[in-house]
Design a protein around this ligand. Structure first.
Ligand code: SAH
Length: 329
């Protein structure tokens, strides 16, 4: 086991929260997953919608153009992407929207490797691109936010109901392995009629804070936001913590720093948003019509690809229903 993680657990009287664990496993300067891995793509650990097909990025670009029109076509405004990954979505949006407007591009990225990738990809775009760490440092002007598979990466805490609420924490067991444990939690309370023995509630404080800041920024400056992620509208009362490595599910507590750890996003936190499924969202912004256009001028092989991508992005048994969208206007 990594000594720095052992030290962290020992310093915290023998147990750490899942959020502390994720913070270490994902963001630790030396060992954190996002600090030294290039996670996205066939050679990485997982694939995201912008990497599957331009059908996705083009449909998001349509949404951006329509929202910009709704804002009164401002001459000066900011387009923000939270967690831009390989930079595919933002560079496609810049390319597609160029004939409508130019704007300030602000990117939130914690990974130095992905930031370099984004810099390379956006070099040719001739856009005014800057990288930020805080929403309250953004320029005071209308702002359109986009976040695809960003909120799932943020650290969560889990609480489990037995006769009382307990926090699910992480310890080092006698055989020197990491293990989950329940510790009574006096300061957590959650009441609804659905919690039964073993019910799990997940709390994502970082996501709440970021969403709160984003909403405040839009309230003061005008703008809107589109959040897309795998998640739920009604609480599932089970653990959604998961890890992947090389496109396969992996044990959350082993190979720390080499695996991507995430959880399903609780869409009920996005107050005042219109919540929908990725399937409904992509259909209402014209993904089917766009694929029909592309099919007309494609080879058999390209046509196969278009149909497969459309199916993967919108089918209820694949990404279509698992992924939700939240729009704040
Ligand atoms: N949106 C991209 C990438 C999704 S992966 C896509 O759809 O392909 C998650 C992204 O969020 C990565 O770019 C990751 O480095 C970034 N990220 C994760 N946690 C972050 C944090 N706390 N602050 C800023 N960026 C973060």
């Amino acid at each position: 086991m990594i000594n720095a993680l052992k030290d962290l657990i020992q310093k915290n009287s023998g147990s750490i929260s899942i959020a502390q664990f994720m913070q270490f496993a994902l963001y630790d300067y030396q060992y954190g997953y996002y600090m030294h891995k290039s996670p996205i793509g066939n050679n990485g650990d997982f694939i995201t919608a912008p990497e599957i097909s331009q059908l996705f990025t083009e449909t998001i670009a349509v949404w951006v153009i329509l929202e910009w029109e709704k804002l009164g076509k401002p001459k000066k405004f900011t387009l923000v992407e939270l967690g831009p990954g390989n930079g595919t979505l933002i560079s496609d949006i810049i390319r597609i929207t160029k004939k409508y407007f130019s704007c300030d591009i602000c990117l939130f990225e914690i990974s130095p490797i992905l930031r370099t990738l984004q810099q390379d990809k956006l070099k040719k775009s001739n856009s005014n691109v800057r990288w930020y760490r805080n929403i309250n440092e953004l320029p005071s002007q209308p702002t359109i936010f986009i976040a695809n598979e960003f909120f799932d990466a943020l650290p969560i805490q889990q609480y489990v109901y037995t006769e009382q609420w307990n926090e699910r924490k992480i310890i080092i067991s006698n055989n020197h392995q990491l293990n989950f444990i329940l510790k009574p939690s006096d300061n957590f309370s959650y009441s609804d009629n659905n919690s039964t023995q073993g019910s799990i509630i997940e709390v994502n404080n970082m996501a709440h804070n970021i969403y709160y800041e984003l909403k405040a920024h839009i309230k003061h400056n005008g703008g809107n936001a589109l959040i897309i992620d795998y998640g739920y509208i009604n609480k599932p009362y089970i653990s959604t913590l998961q890890a992947v490595k090389e496109h396969k599910y992996h044990n959350v507590l082993s190979n720390i720093g080499e695996i991507d750890i995430t959880s399903h996003v609780d869409f009920s936190m996005f107050t005042d948003c219109t919540i929908s499924t990725q399937r409904a969202f992509l259909h209402s912004y014209g993904i089917k019509e766009r694929s029909a256009q592309l099919l007309k001028k494609s080879t058999y092989k390209e046509a196969d690809n278009i149909m497969l991508s459309l199916h993967r992005l919108t089918s209820p048994c694949l990404m279509g229903d698992l992924f939700k969208t939240a729009i704040l206007q």
